[in-house]
Design a protein around this ligand. Structure first.
Ligand SMILES: [Zn+2]
Length: 278
């Protein structure tokens, strides 16, 4: 019999691998996928292809050579400037890459060498990208939210050792559908009461994705934390008179960040909350 994960009982795939090797793999994967995530963040909200053209300077259009395209290192080496035109390259690129590394390492530390670690890492990748994209453009592309729901479904249903594929398939879809329905209700109520749109439908798909990955209770925890954080942010901005009551704030960023928090703390937070009633 294959060894099982201590957290969720899922099958541990690489349990014979030492910790240092796992963390090294997480760092390399984090740098690689973080670099790809930068491309997605810049191009998806602008409806551009994430495959072509190859990486190029956004200012002068010069293609970036392979040696100038090494995650984090090239940015530091070139002191954050394009080699051709010397116009500054945003610090967002190395920051997204380092954040992806940090999250992937956290996933490995959290659940070790298990299938769950892969599921969590995929969720982290998507949520980090969505948080940045919504913050910058107020957009949550379907290429991340809907694809994320599909990815969660496949990763859970076809998890190695899963003997209840149909049950898991129904549970995953059910969680996503209920989460979407709840947020859709909030969306409709807000429109009726305030006569304007309070949030985008992207937020509905985002919460459905969180529920598909983590289940409904953890998704509701993420929603609660996201609403709280967004409300605090709005209160601070209103107090500083930086925004007016009618301005929109990127709720999806708060929801996505809360989703990342929920991956690591969701289950223990819910257990703590329920323990207060016993
Ligand atoms: Zn340039």
């Amino acid at each position: 019999m294959l060894p099982h994960c201590v957290y969720c009982g899922c099958v541990s795939l690489f349990s014979s691998i030492p910790v240092w090797a796992l963390i090294t793999a997480a760092v390399i994967a984090g740098l690689t996928f973080g670099s790809f995530l930068n491309v997605c963040i810049v191009r998806l909200p602008a409806h551009q292809s994430i495959v072509t053209p190859a990486s190029h300077c956004l200012h002068c259009g010069t293609p970036i050579r392979a040696r100038d395209n090494v995650p984090v290192i090239s940015w530091v080496w070139l002191r954050g400037r394009c080699r051709a035109c010397t116009v500054g390259i945003s610090i967002q690129y190395p920051l997204v890459e380092l954040s992806t590394v940090a999250l992937f390492v956290a996933c490995v530390v959290h659940t070790g060498a298990t299938w769950q670690t892969l599921v969590d890492a995929v969720a982290c990748f998507l949520l980090l990208g969505l948080a940045v994209m919504d913050w910058q453009t107020m957009l949550l592309p379907d290429a991340f939210t809907l694809t994320g729901i599909g990815a969660a479904f496949l990763l859970k249903v076809f998890a190695p050792g899963n003997r209840f594929r149909l049950r898991v398939a129904i549970q995953t879809l059910e969680a996503a559908a209920i989460a979407a329905a709840l947020l859709l209700l909030v969306w409709v109520l807000y429109r009726v009461v305030r006569r304007r749109q309070g949030m985008g439908l992207g937020d509905v798909k985002l919460l459905a994705m969180v529920a598909a990955f983590m289940g409904l209770p953890v998704a509701l925890f993420a929603y609660f934390v996201g609403v709280l954080a967004a409300a605090l942010f709005a209160i601070v901005l209103l107090a500083q008179r930086k925004v007016r009551g009618s301005d929109r704030i990127p709720f999806g960023s708060f929801l996505a960040a809360a989703g990342i928090l929920a991956i690591f703390l969701g289950k223990s937070a819910i257990a703590w909350y329920l323990s207060m009633f016993h």
